[in-house]
Design a protein around this ligand. Structure first.
Ligand code: GLA
Length: 728
């Protein structure tokens, strides 16, 4: 058993392979956090210290003991109202209008298998691979109950946190704030690593020391957002890729979120991650239950690479689902940067013919095939095929393309609508908008009210109707704006709308994958605006960024790699000059960069030279040769492309015998200095042969001294090296 309850001292111990998490029910029934970190034995309660601290109040039942204060003690579920003045995980507004809750221990259960969460994405594990701890707490006055859920995936060093909040009291209450996980450290100096960005430049890496006060990241956009990713890392100041302590908190949720890190008056650090509390005031009638979305926690004592490996494995094997979770992902050609809205059936067919000739396996028809949609100002919401534009039915186009030996995929944006659409003209009240007030437009579109079941049902039916017109094997699910005007005509409780919207989205996706189990779904939100673990439960890959510039992609993919596996990173070779930046990069560089993702193309193949076509054929062969290693290998960041001249990364097979290195030189100067890459994760004391040159190296030499990148003139050169372990 990984989960142990010690009756002697009321302590819960969660062991994973290399980590331990401990908490304790104390004498008043509060659930205190004791320890999270490297695996250890023994009761960690001795770490707690009690002192009479001014202006830190004491719970009534502590009597005259002025040394017992929630303001100073580490907790699993800090609540507003108990005398803790740090940021709380939960705020409840009670039936009588008072704020506050005071949850005390009532019991617990330990069971085999990992819990599921109704209506929400969550890490899964069968019996034997996961265990669940449920701790039941109750407010003795209001009778509101909360069950804290802990999932333990021991082999993966993963602990998950979620909760169920039940209103067992006598009237309606409101949840004003709900954070899914809290980590309280008694002492220590930490850095916060977070991932900020903007459209077309997502997941830059920021590392700052945690100082007194609170640092907050989050999204109030209704989606997880380009601006901040719902994931944070707390690391020691000295922690590097290869050494030192670090913790990850990753939110399995696709809506607004809040991450807070606070160093308090006693130099203790608290990190919280969960739902955004802005515009959030979730009603619960008597008997109703609120399911708190999950946070995934992991700890590494061996630096950031190991931390990422833990998350990668967890998301690849225990979050992504469906046929494509483990299967080969078709090399695709997407029509967007090839022709934008300007296409018809024959031009798509022509593109497919050229794609087939190059070895590409799937044609994806992007935006523009439905309604009246020749630009992004109209047509959204009209999910019927524009046969006039295509010049044929969708079924006939799909068949023609399939006859070329290609699969067929299609673009959808089910959550939004243009005012210039039949759907909006028929149902103007289906959008999120405040009656009497003009809504905020973005990309000239509005957001459908997915908190309403009838809206979700209607769009679902229309989408299925399209998907039933031919053998469609892939869908790119897009979402091209942030939510605003969060008013639903369906409810008097507007504080529930943003969360219900996300539940509506998940319901749609769940039904879709249930009905089309063989469909490959790729998530997208103007690129990586909803690149989160919640979406990965439904869409095993996500278009990483609308920015296809190879150089920018090196950085975007670097930032993304901290929290997400390469198998989830949608990445394509596009044309030069690049459509987002105007930069010229060699085709080889675009290929090597896209190979650190779900490889594909997105350009007009008709304008390519014969030598470029030959290069693409070769790229595809190369990718297919290495695909398994890329998708399932351990991913190492070899450099930091924000600070170093080269961006470099590496894939190592589970058994360490196969190694693929990718690198892009970001700088070129006169009299160039040499760049050495030190490889990682090879089997020590072994020999490796580079497959192109035939050169043989000692693994320790490659890891300690590194390997020089060949000197080449010209901008933005890329390198790929493939090593295999050989007998001495
Ligand atoms: C978004 C996506 C693009 C493309 C367009 C189509 O911006 O990120 O890849 O699909 O929409 O309108």
């Amino acid at each position: 058993m990984s989960i142990i309850f010690s009756e002697k001292d009321n302590t819960f111990i969660l062991h994973t392979k290399d980590t331990t998490y401990q908490m304790k029910v104390d004498r008043y029934g509060f659930l205190l956090h004791l320890y999270y970190g490297r695996r250890t034995e023994g009761n960690m309660e001795y770490l707690l210290r009690y002192a009479d601290r001014g202006f830190s109040g004491n719970p009534y039942d502590a009597g005259t003991d002025r040394t017992y204060s929630m303001d100073a003690l580490p907790q699993e579920l800090p609540c507003q109202g108990t005398g803790d003045y740090r940021s709380p995980a939960v705020i409840v507004k009670n039936t009588d209008g008072s704020y506050g809750c005071d949850f005390r221990y009532r019991g617990h259960q330990i069971r085999e298998g990992k819990y599921h969460i109704e209506g929400l994405p969550a890490v899964y594990a069968d019996e034997g691979r996961g265990e669940t701890l449920e701790i039941h707490l109750e407010d003795p006055v209001t009778k509101v109950q909360i069950t804290l859920l802990y999932g333990v995936l021991s082999d993966l060093d993963i602990i998950t946190r979620s909760a169920r909040i039940r209103n067992s009291g006598g009237g309606k209450i409101y949840l004003e704030k709900v954070q899914a996980a809290c980590l309280d450290w008694l002492y220590g100096e930490y850095d916060l690593i977070s991932f900020y960005g903007r459209h077309a430049m997502e997941r830059n890496v920021q590392r700052i020391p945690v100082a007194h006060g609170a640092h907050v990241i989050g999204s109030r956009r209704g989606t997880s957002s380009h601006q901040y990713n719902p994931m944070m890392i707390l690391a020691g100041h000295e922690t590097t890729e290869d050494a030192g302590s670090c913790y990850a908190m990753s939110f399995v949720y696709s809506g607004g979120f809040k991450g807070e890190v606070e160093k308090d008056q006693f130099n203790q650090t608290r990190a919280l991650l969960g739902l955004s509390d802005e515009l959030f005031s979730y009603p619960l009638e008597t008997g109703e239950v609120f399911h708190v979305p999950e946070v995934v926690l992991t700890y590494s004592s061996q630096g950031l690479s190991k931390l990422s490996h833990n998350l990668h494995r967890c998301y690849r094997e225990h979050l992504c689902r469906g046929k494509y979770k483990d299967a080969h992902r078709p090399v695709l050609l997407n029509s967007w940067e090839a022709s934008y809205f300007d296409f018809h059936g024959d031009s798509i067919y022509e593109l497919a013919k050229q794609a087939a000739d190059l070895g590409i396996e799937m044609l994806v028809m992007d935006d523009g095939w439905f309604g009246k949609r020749d630009d992004d100002n109209s047509g959204l919401g009209d999910w019927f095929v524009n046969e006039q534009k295509l010049g044929e039915s969708l079924g006939s186009l799909v068949e023609r393309i399939r006859a070329l030996g290609l699969k067929f995929g299609i673009w959808l944006e089910p959550e939004c609508v243009n005012e210039d659409s039949e759907l909006y003209r028929e149902h103007p009240d289906w959008v999120l908008a405040v009656p009497g007030r003009n809504p905020v437009r973005a990309r000239n579109q509005l957001v459908l009210d997915f908190s309403r079941k009838e809206v979700v049902d209607y769009i679902y039916e229309k989408v299925c109707n399209v998907l039933d017109q031919g053998k469609i094997e892939y869908v790119k699910w897009d979402m091209n704006r942030s939510l605003s005007d969060c008013f639903s005509r369906n409810t008097p409780d507007q504080g529930r709308v943003l969360h219900d919207y996300v539940l509506g989205l998940y319901d749609f996706l769940e039904r879709l994958i249930g009905r089309y189990p063989d469909l490959l779904l790729e998530g997208c939100s103007g690129g990586g605006g909803r690149f989160d673990a919640g979406m990965l439960y439904y869409t095993p890959q996500i278009w990483c960024s609308d920015n296809t510039d190879a150089l920018d992609r090196v950085r975007i993919q670097y930032g993304t790699s901290f929290g997400y596996p390469v198998s989830s990173v949608g990445s394509h070779v596009s044309a030069v000059p690049n459509h987002q930046t105007g930069r010229l990069t060699p085709l080889r560089t675009r290929g090597v960069t896209a190979m650190a993702g779900t490889f594909g193309y997105e350009l007009d193949l008709g304008s390519l030279l014969e030598v470029e076509k030959e290069q693409i054929r070769e790229q595809i062969r190369e990718y297919l040769q290495h695909e398994d290693l890329i998708r399932n290998g351990r991913y190492y960041r070899l450099t930091d492309p924000f600070r170093e001249e080269a961006g470099a990364w590496e894939f190592v097979s589970e058994d360490g015998r196969e190694v693929l290195v990718g690198a892009v030189m970001q700088e070129i100067h006169g009299n160039m200095t040499v760049t050495y890459l030190r490889l990682k994760g090879l089997n020590p004391g072994q020999w490796y042969q580079e497959q192109k040159s035939g050169d043989i190296f000692a693994s320790d030499a490659l890891m300690e001294a590194g390997i020089p990148l060949p000197e080449q003139s010209g901008e933005y050169r890329a390198y790929q090296m493939y090593f295999k372990m050989v007998e001495a």
